[in-house]
Design a protein. Structure first.
Length: 284
C-alpha cells in the first residue's frame, strides 16, 4: 500500500511539472514570436539596404550629367572642374562635396565655394570670388581684396588698374599678418572715402601711402594729398572744395596739405609750376 501511494505521487508530480512547462510556453510564446519577427524584419531591412546601395552606386540614373556654376567672374568653370577632377559619368552618391569644395578653393580667385548634389544627376556650384581693390608690394606685387587680404600674385593676364598701397613690406607682413592686414584695411577705407567724397568723377587714385598712422594720397597726375592722421572723411570733403576752388582759378596743386595737427581746419597748397617753367622754356 505504501509503495502504491508513492508511485501515484510521482505520477502526480510529473503531470504538474508538464503542466507548468506548458503554462510557461503559453505565457512566453507571444514574446518569442515577436523576437523572431523582429529579427527577420531587421535581416530583411539590412539585406534590402545593401541591395539598394549596390543599385544606387551602379545605376546610370545617378551618373553625373551636368554641372552648373554661379558667381564666376575671374575663375572659369573649366579651371574649377579640372581642380576638382569632376567629370560626367561620376556617380552622385560617391561624390564628396567637402573634398570638391576644398579642391576648388585652391583657385586663387575663389574665396568661398558651396557644392550641392541635385539628384538624380546634377551638381550646382555657388562661387564667391575675391573682389580686387588695390595692389601691394610684398616682395612681389600682390592683389588685395575688399578685406585687405593679399590673396594672389599679380599676373600679366589680370588686367588690373588699381591703386597701390605702400608702407607695408613683406617682412612686416610675415612678422605680424594681422597688423599688416589692419593697415591694408585702413588704406582701403581711405581709398573708398576718396571716391565717395569727390563729386562727379574724381582724379584717379594712384597710391595710398601709409607712413605709420599718417596717410598720403597720390593722384594719377602726381598730385600729393597729405591727410596725416584721423578724420579722413572730413579732410577729403575739404579736399574736394579746395580742388573746385583751384579749378575755378585755373590753378593746379602739386601738394595739398590737410595734415596740420595744430590747426586741423587749415589747408596749405603748393601750386604747380606752369609747364614752360618746369621745362625751362622761355615765357612767351
Amino acid at each position: 500500500m505504501a509503495f502504491g501511494r508513492s508511485k501515484n505521487r510521482r505520477r502526480q508530480d510529473s503531470a504538474q511539472r508538464n503542466e507548468a512547462v506548458k503554462s510557461a510556453v503559453r505565457s512566453k510564446g507571444p514574446g518569442v514570436v515577436k523576437v523572431l519577427a523582429l529579427t527577420l524584419t531587421t535581416g530583411l531591412l539590412v539585406w534590402g539596404g545593401v541591395e539598394t546601395r549596390k543599385w544606387a552606386l551602379s545605376s546610370p540614373r545617378f551618373e553625373l550629367a551636368a554641372v552648373s556654376f554661379t558667381g564666376l567672374e575671374r575663375a572659369s568653370r573649366v579651371e574649377l572642374l579640372r581642380l576638382a577632377a569632376l567629370t560626367k559619368g561620376q556617380n552622385l552618391w560617391t561624390l564628396d562635396t567637402g573634398a570638391l569644395e576644398r579642391a576648388m578653393r585652391q583657385h586663387p580667385w575663389v574665396k568661398k565655394v558651396e557644392v550641392t548634389r541635385r539628384f538624380p544627376n546634377r551638381v550646382s556650384v555657388q562661387v564667391s570670388e575675391h573682389v580686387p581693390e588695390a595692389l601691394a608690394v610684398l616682395g612681389e606685387l600682390y592683389v588685395l581684396d575688399e578685406e585687405g587680404e593679399p590673396f594672389k600674385r599679380v599676373t600679366p593676364g589680370d588686367g588690373l588698374d588699381l591703386p597701390l598701397v605702400t608702407g607695408v613690406d613683406r617682412d612686416g607682413y610675415v612678422a605680424d599678418p594681422q597688423v599688416a592686414r589692419q593697415r591694408f584695411q585702413a588704406a582701403l577705407e581711405v581709398a573708398r572715402a576718396y571716391t565717395s567724397a569727390s563729386p562727379g568723377k574724381p582724379e584717379r587714385l594712384s597710391e595710398v601711402r601709409m607712413d605709420g598712422r599718417e596717410v598720403t594720397l597720390v593722384a594719377a597726375s602726381g598730385q600729393e594729398v597729405r591727410l596725416g592722421e584721423g578724420d579722413s572723411e572730413v579732410k577729403l570733403q575739404r579736399l574736394a572744395r579746395v580742388r573746385r576752388e583751384l579749378s575755378a582759378r585755373g590753378l593746379a596743386a602739386e601738394i595739398i596739405h590737410l595734415d596740420n595737427r595744430a590747426r586741423p581746419g587749415w589747408v596749405a597748397v603748393k601750386i604747380s609750376s606752369p609747364a614752360s617753367e618746369r621745362s625751362g622754356s622761355p615765357k612767351p
